[in-house]
Design a protein around this ligand. Structure first.
Ligand code: DGL
Length: 279
């Protein structure tokens, strides 16, 4: 007989950690809620320092390491880098520095796009930082060397989503402007390579036409996390109910307001003292 008064907590019972520069990574949480409904999730939005998309590589790596370490200190079993900009430049640094599996959004999004395209003409939309890093372009070339890649930075999309400009004429015009280089191209598959872009999905589809398949990196990432948890025998018991805790480094009210729109559910509490201690 064991001397333990209570059953030992298994690693399966630990939360999944997900971080983003801000609120946008909740598009990944929304997908994780669907695909992994029994998991506990700790989400960190670095709202004090967003946006990451226009910052330099070293800064993004430093912020990402701080975010990852913060969540590891909260006792997570696996880290998801929901931010495409962080995934583009900091994934390797995180994997080297942290003692748990770390999953980014790039590989899952690329795997889905490569499996989807029929003619090898793939477009990726992202922040300036993501596009400048070449991470998507290189990952597509590695997976499908014959592919033609069209990489388009759409920096204003994040602000439009954060302002709640989802169904506005101004948004349609900006989408048209950014996507004009793709009009008349042979692109048949588009990767939404930024946390915020799934909220503009309908505009992108309307602009490029129904013959184009849109790949949401957030959804692809949630499936990759599922597969990894199964493989590592870390998936939570189906007897458990999923639960969610939100941490931010600033502006909890703004986070809650936009976050509830993204998730389509209420956010009861946001802890606003994340990242206060130096890491
Ligand atoms: N989360 C970022 C991304 O997915 C977009 C917002 C930002 O620039 O911080 O690239």
């Amino acid at each position: 007989m064991s001397n333990q008064p209570f059953p030992l907590m298994s690693n399966k019972d630990l939360p999944i950690g997900i971080f983003d520069s801000g609120v946008g990574g909740l598009t990944v949480v929304a997908q994780v809620m669907k695909v992994l409904p029994h998991e506990e999730v700790f989400y960190l939005g670095d709202t004090a320092r967003l946006p990451y998309g226009n910052k330099g590589k070293d800064t993004i790596i430093r912020f990402s390491l701080e975010n990852g370490k913060y969540l590891v200190e909260q006792g997570i079993k696996l880290l998801v880098v929901a931010c495409n900009t962080s995934s583009s430049v900091a994934l390797q640094a995180l994997q080297q520095a942290l003692p748990i599996p770390v999953v980014g959004v790039i590989s899952p999004g690329v795997a889905t796009a490569v499996a989807t395209t029929k003619n090898g003409h793939i477009a990726v939309l992202g922040t300036r930082g993501t596009i400048a890093s070449n991470a998507y372009q290189q990952a597509i070339a590695a997976a499908l060397p014959s592919a033609t890649v069209y990489a388009v930075a759409c920096p204003l999309f994040v602000s439009l989503v954060e302002e709640g400009f989802l169904d506005r004429q101004a948004t349609r015009l900006i989408v048209q402007e950014y996507l004009s280089p793709l009009k008349g191209s042979k692109v048949d598959t588009v990767i939404l390579g930024c946390t915020h872009y799934p909220l503009l999905r309908d505009h992108v589809q309307e602009e490029l036409g129904q013959h184009v398949t849109i790949v949401d990196a957030a959804a692809a990432c949630a499936h990759a996390v599922h597969d990894l948890l199964v493989q590592e025998r870390l998936i939570a018991s189906s007897r458990r109910q999923g639960c969610y805790r939100y941490f931010v480094s600033d502006n909890p009210e703004g986070f809650r307001r936009i976050g509830e729109t993204i998730l389509g559910t209420t956010i009861d509490h946001v802890c606003s003292d994340a990242l206060m201690q130096p890491h």
